[in-house]
Design a protein around this ligand. Structure first.
Ligand SMILES: [Zn+2]
Length: 362
């Protein structure tokens, strides 16, 4: 087995929550006042260690900082209670734009988004039932639990195929809008986080690399943000994602997700945010195998559609604002992260440069 600190990992994005900026410590050797370096990775990943023969974990809650005098300072972080554990379910969507397709952008561009969803247990059963009813109505011949809802499939489906009772575009739009409204009805018990990013290919970049970087950055940000939000509420979490590669084709091609997670464990910010709770590597599931994966799929689909339509100067037939208020985040042109609680993707705020007044015919 490869030693853990020899395993490949991706450097975490330099995201530092505001409240941590300027935080300092006193060197225990020379008494110098230093600021904590939140960016430089720790020499080893801070991973929970399971006790032999038990279910308990030892969770690292401290970091090491080297003073200019050369002394290694051990800095313990405050820990927080974990009243309960939230299962967060995530899924992604992406769009590729050719040269000149985005307003004012001459090169190719890649849009990537991840949504995470969870629901309060008091509402979970009721929500699941309502979603199941919607699925039943649209595909009457099969039990709703036997098939997974993927919005892209629904949208691209030829009329009345595969047992779907969707005769035309209008009926598809109505169905998608109904699912979106269901999400809205269950706010605030239904809680979602959406992270998105649009990267433009520069002359010195390779397309494949750009796509990979975009995905990794959004994924790492989704993990950090959700950890931040959940731990601020004294809860712990477990991440669940759709595995978008079929089992027979998996040869470590989604290994990057694990490398991103391992990279986060090197980050002092991640140790701070974990605040003593057990934060385990994300779990990957069969796509849509949990109703909250269907919710995450739907939200990512709506956000990607919003983005695509707005850049063309028109509104989506099923805007993400129908899903009610969620937590949205995006990288701006300078690479810094903005966030807001909003009724749908705040396109004007996040992507002002891509706003266009030009209306093209449909
Ligand atoms: Zn010192």
């Amino acid at each position: 087995m490869t030693k853990i600190h020899k395993q490949p990992y991706r450097l975490p994005p330099p995201l530092i929550p505001k409240e941590l900026l300027g935080m300092g410590y006193t060197c225990s050797s020379c008494s110098r006042q230093n600021q904590i370096d939140w960016i430089t990775p720790q020499p080893f990943p801070k991973q929970p260690i399971q006790h032999i023969g038990g279910n308990n974990h030892y969770v690292p809650a401290s970091i090491t900082q080297v003073c200019p005098c050369g002394h290694f300072n051990h800095i313990p972080f405050p820990t927080k209670a974990s009243e309960s554990t939230w299962g967060l379910f995530g899924d992604e969507a992406e769009r590729e734009f050719q040269e000149g397709e985005l307003p004012g952008v001459e090169s190719k561009a890649h849009f990537f988004t991840i949504s995470l969803a969870t629901i309060h247990r008091d509402s979970a059963l009721q929500f699941q039932q309502k979603l199941s009813d919607l699925k039943q109505a649209v595909r009457p011949d099969r039990a709703p639990s036997e098939w997974q809802l993927h919005m892209t499939n629904v949208w691209n489906l030829p009329p009345n195929t595969d047992g779907f009772a969707l005769a035309d575009k209008l009926e598809k739009v109505r169905f998608i809008r109904n699912v979106a409204s269901l999400l809205q009805k269950f706010r605030p018990d239904l809680f979602t986080i959406n992270v998105s990013s649009c990267r433009v290919l520069s002359e010195n970049d390779e397309w494949r690399k750009l796509v990979k970087t975009n995905k990794q950055e959004v994924f790492a940000t989704a993990l950090i943000t959700s950890l931040h939000l959940v731990r601020s509420n004294n809860k712990s979490l477990i991440w669940n994602f759709d595995h978008n590669v079929p089992p027979e084709k998996r040869n470590g091609s989604e290994g990057w997700a694990e490398e991103v997670f391992l990279g986060l464990q090197y980050s002092p910010v991640f140790t701070w945010l974990s605040a003593g709770s057990l934060v385990q590597s994300p779990r990957f599931h069969i796509p849509g195998s949990h109703y909250l994966l269907e919710v995450a799929d739907a939200l990512s689909f709506l956000v990607a559609r919003d983005f695509e339509q707005r850049t063309k100067g028109r509104l989506s037939d099923f805007p993400s604002s129908l899903t009610g208020v969620g937590h949205y985040q995006a990288f701006d042109e300078n690479g810094s992260l903005s966030f807001r609680w909003n009724n749908g993707l705040p396109f004007d705020k996040f992507y002002p440069r891509l706003l266009t007044t030009k209306r093209r015919s449909k």
